[in-house]
Design a protein. Structure first.
Lengths: 367, 334
C-alpha cells in the first residue's frame, strides 16, 4: 500500500500527540485524567467548527473557481459542465456533508489548476518543507527567548537587561520579510556564505532519495552527508529569520514572568535555605514562570504559521506558505481550502497539547 | 558577653533606599542570642523586627544597606562572601516564614523541598537517603510520610507550617529565626505550633529567635524577651522581668494595650497615643519621646543608650541613665 508523506506525517504527528497525551494521562492525577478526556472530546467540535468556517467562507467570498479556471474562453456550456463535474450544482448542505466526509478521509479534493493533481499529493511535498522550517524556528524562538528573558530578569536594570529588552523590541517590531531581506543582503549577497533561496543545492538534490520529504531526516536515514550539509546550510537563514521574529515576544514575556516570580515569598524562602542562586532563578522562578509561557507557545503557533507564509515567500522556500500564496494568485480554491484546513487542524492539535501540558505543569489547575 | 552566646549582634543597622530617602529600619541594635534559648522579639508592625531577622541571614532586598557585626562561632557573618553566606543559610541559621502558603514553591512537592535542601548542603548524601531523612522528619512533625509527594496546596495550613519547621530543622541548624511564624494560623493551630516548637527545642537543643507582635505568645514560650521600637531596642531581659518589672515606658504601654478576655466590661482597653514615627525622618533623641508619658527635656535632644540597668535587664531610656548636666534643670518646652 502506498502511503503518501502527508498521511505519514499527519499520522506520526498525531501519534506523537497521542503518546504525550497518554503519558500525561498515566502519570497524572485523577483530576488531570478527566480533564484530558474532556479536553480531547472538546477538540472534536472545535475542529468541526474550524472546518465548517473554512468551507462556508470559501463559498461566501467573491469570485468563482469555474470562471477563474476557464477564464474568458469559457462558454456557458463548458462552465455548466465543469460545475456539474465539481459538484458545485449540488445544494450547499450536500456539498458541505460531502466535504466533511472527504476531510475525515484526509481527501482534500483535486487542484483546479496544474493538471488536477490531488491536493493531498501536493501538500505531501509542501508540508514537510514547512515543518522543517517552523519546528527549528520555534525551538530557536522559545529556547533563546526564554533563557535570555530569564537572564534579563535576573540582571534586571543592569546593562545586559537593557540590551536584551532593546533587542527584543527591535526584532519584534521588524517585518519578517524585511528581516529576511536584510539577512539575505548581509550573509547571502555581501558575505556570500549563505544561500538565499530553496531547500537544497540543485545538484546535491539529484543524489537524494526521498522518503519523508523532510530533507534533513531523509539525508540522515540514507547516509547522504552532502545532502545533509546542504539542507542544513539552506535552513540557517530562513530559520533565523522566523525564529528571531518570534523570539522578541518570548524574551519579554519570560522576563516579566520571571521578575514576578522572583519577588514571591517562596523565592526568599529558598534563598534562606541556602539554595544556590542559579537554582533559585532557573528552577524555582523559571519553572513557575513557564506556565504562562507554555500558553503563549500555543498562541504563538498561529503567528508562526503566518510568519512561515512570509518567510517562505522571502526565501522561495517550497512549503505550504509559498504554495498558499501561489494558489491564491491562481484562484485555486480547493488548494487554498486544503492548506487552510491543514493549518487549522494543526493549530487545534497544538492548542490541545499546550492545554494538557499546562495542566500537567501546574498541579493547582483543577479544571 | 556571656560565654554561652550563640550569636552576638553588634551595632547592627539596616537602611532601605526608598523614593523618600533612606529609611532607617534597624538602628544600632546590639544584643546576644544565647545557646538553647527562645528569645522573643516583639514590637509593633514596622518596628524593624522582621528586617532584623532577615539581616541575620543577610537576605534583605538588594536595596538594603547593612552595617555592624554578627559574631557567630567566632566569625563575623558580615565579612563572609556570598558563597560562604549561602552555606550558612539553611545549614547553620535557618528561617521559618510568616505565610506557609506563599513560602512553599507551589509547583514543588513537599518532599522535594526537603530533599533539595538536604542535598544542597550535603551533596554526599544520596537521593534515597535524603528521602528517608525527609520522611523521618515529617513523621516526627506529625505528617504521614506518604504525603511527601503532595503539593503545598494539598496540605492544610497547620501542615504547611510544620513543613516550614521541617525545612528549618532539616540540617540541624544552630539558630532558627521564626518570623511571624504563627500570624497566619488560627488560635488552635497556633497553640499546637507553640507546643511543637517547645518540644523540638528540648529535643534538638534548638535556639530560636521568635519574631512576633503577639505578646501572649511570647509570654507563653520565651525565655527572654526583646522589645523593639522604631528600629531600636527598647528593653531586653528574661520574660518574667520584662512582664513583671517592666522598665521602659513603651513596654509598659504595650502591655497595657494587650486585650484580655477576663478584663472588666467597664474597664477600657488602654490605647497608646500617637503613632509609630516615620523612619525616613525619625524623631531626634529617643524615638519614643513624642508618645512617651514620662518625657523629659533630654529625651527630645539626645538618644539614650541601651544599658544594663539591673543585672541582665537592659533598657534604652533616660529614666534609667544619668542625664547630662546641661539638661538636668531644663523645663520641657512645647
Amino acid at each position: 500500500m502506498h502511503i503518501s508523506p502527508l498521511t505519514g506525517i499527519c499520522a506520526s504527528s498525531l501519534g506523537v500527540a497521542l503518546l504525550l497525551i497518554v503519558y500525561a494521562f498515566v502519570r497524572g492525577s485523577k483530576g488531570l485524567r478527566s480533564y484530558i478526556v474532556t479536553r480531547v472530546l472538546l477538540t472534536l467540535p472545535m475542529v468541526l467548527i474550524l472546518v465548517s468556517v473554512i468551507f462556508f467562507v470559501m463559498r461566501v467570498i467573491p469570485g468563482d473557481p469555474v470562471t477563474s479556471e476557464l477564464g474568458p474562453r469559457g462558454t456557458p456550456q463548458a462552465k455548466e459542465r465543469m460545475r456539474e463535474q465539481l459538484g458545485l450544482n449540488d445544494p450547499i448542505m450536500v456539498q458541505y456533508v460531502k466535504y466533511l466526509g472527504r476531510v475525515v478521509r484526509l481527501d482534500l479534493g483535486t487542484s483546479l489548476v496544474q493538471g488536477n493533481r490531488p491536493i493531498v499529493d501536493e501538500l505531501s511535498e509542501r508540508l514537510p518543507a514547512t515543518l522543517e522550517l517552523v519546528v527549528p524556528a520555534m525551538v530557536v524562538a522559545v529556547g533563546f527567548g526564554v533563557l535570555s528573558g530569564t537572564f534579563a530578569a535576573d540582571r534586571r536594570k543592569r546593562p545586559s537587561d537593557y540590551g536584551l529588552r532593546l533587542f527584543s523590541i527591535t526584532v519584534y517590531s521588524m517585518p519578517i520579510f524585511w528581516l529576511g531581506l536584510i539577512l539575505q543582503v548581509i550573509f547571502g549577497v555581501g558575505l556570500g556564505i549563505m544561500p538565499v533561496a530553496g531547500r537544497i543545492d540543485a545538484i546535491v538534490n539529484t543524489t537524494l532519495d526521498r522518503y519523508t520529504n523532510l530533507l534533513v531526516v531523509d539525508s540522515i536515514i540514507t547516509g547522504n552527508w552532502a545532502a545533509l550539509g546542504s539542507s542544513l546550510h539552506h535552513l540557517v537563514l530562513p530559520v533565523l529569520t522566523l525564529g528571531l521574529a518570534l523570539t522578541g515576544v518570548f524574551v519579554r514575556i519570560s522576563r516579566i514572568n520571571v521578575i514576578e516570580s522572583l519577588v514571591e515569598d517562596y523565592i526568599l524562602a529558598a534563598r534562606a535555605r541556602g539554595i544556590r542562586e542559579r537554582v533559585v532563578v532557573y528552577r524555582h522562578a523559571l519553572l513557575n514562570a513557564l506556565i504562562p509561557i507554555v500558553t503563549l507557545i500555543g498562541l504563538q503557533f498561529s503567528v508562526l504559521l503566518a510568519g512561515a507564509v512570509l518567510t517562505e515567500t522571502t526565501f522561495s522556500w517550497p512549503g505550504m506558505g509559498l504554495y498558499l500564496v501561489e494558489r491564491i494568485g491562481q484562484r485555486d480554491y480547493t488548494a487554498v481550502q486544503g492548506v487552510i484546513t491543514v493549518f487549522a487542524m494543526s493549530v487545534a492539535i497544538i492548542s490541545l497539547l499546550t492545554d494538557i501540558i499546562y495542566a500537567f505543569l501546574d498541579p493547582r489547575v483543577r479544571y | 558577653m556571656a560565654n554561652n552566646t550563640l550569636l552576638n549582634i553588634e551595632n547592627l543597622s539596616v537602611e532601605y533606599k526608598t523614593r523618600m530617602g533612606w529609611v532607617s529600619a534597624v538602628d544600632d541594635v546590639s544584643m546576644e542570642i544565647r545557646q538553647g534559648e527562645i528569645l522573643g522579639l516583639v514590637g509593633e508592625s514596622g518596628c524593624g523586627k522582621s528586617t532584623l531577622g532577615k539581616a541575620l541571614l543577610r537576605i534583605n532586598p538588594p536595596s538594603a544597606r547593612i552595617s555592624g557585626h554578627l559574631w557567630f562561632h567566632g566569625e563575623d557573618l558580615m565579612t563572609l562572601d556570598d558563597e560562604a553566606m549561602r552555606q550558612i543559610r539553611g545549614q547553620r541559621i535557618s528561617m521559618i516564614f510568616q505565610d506557609p502558603m506563599t513560602s512553599l514553591n507551589p509547583i514543588q512537592r513537599m518532599g522535594d523541598h526537603l530533599i533539595e535542601t538536604i542535598l544542597t548542603h550535603e551533596p554526599e548524601v544520596g537521593k534515597e537517603e535524603a528521602r528517608e531523612r525527609a520522611a523521618a522528619l515529617v513523621d516526627r512533625l506529625g505528617i504521614s510520610s506518604n504525603r511527601l509527594d503532595d503539593y503545598p496546596h494539598q496540605l492544610s495550613g497547620g501542615m504547611r507550617q510544620r513543613v516550614m519547621i521541617g525545612l528549618a530543622l532539616a540540617l540541624n541548624a544552630d539558630l532558627i529565626v521564626a518570623d511571624e511564624a504563627t500570624t497566619s494560623l488560627d488560635v488552635i493551630v497556633e497553640a499546637q505550633f507553640v507546643e511543637l516548637l517547645k518540644e523540638l527545642r528540648d529535643e534538638f537543643n534548638l535556639t530560636i529567635l521568635l519574631i512576633t507582635h503577639n505578646i501572649g505568645l511570647v509570654a507563653e514560650i520565651s525565655d527572654r524577651v526583646a522589645v523593639m521600637y522604631a528600629g531600636r531596642m527598647a528593653e531586653l531581659s528574661d520574660a518574667r522581668s520584662v512582664f513583671k518589672e517592666t522598665l521602659h515606658p513603651y513596654t509598659q504601654g504595650l502591655l497595657k494595650a494587650v486585650p484580655n478576655i477576663q478584663i472588666d466590661d467597664d474597664e477600657e482597653l488602654y490605647m497608646m497615643g500617637g503613632s509609630p514615627p516615620d523612619l525616613v525622618e525619625p524623631p531626634m533623641g529617643c524615638r519614643y519621646h513624642p508618645r512617651c508619658p514620662k518625657v523629659m527635656p533630654v529625651c527630645a535632644a539626645e538618644p539614650s543608650h541601651f544599658l544594663e540597668s539591673k543585672p541582665d535587664h537592659f533598657v534604652n531610656c533616660w529614666l534609667y541613665e544619668d542625664i547630662p548636666a546641661e539638661y538636668a534643670d531644663k523645663e520641657l518646652s512645647e
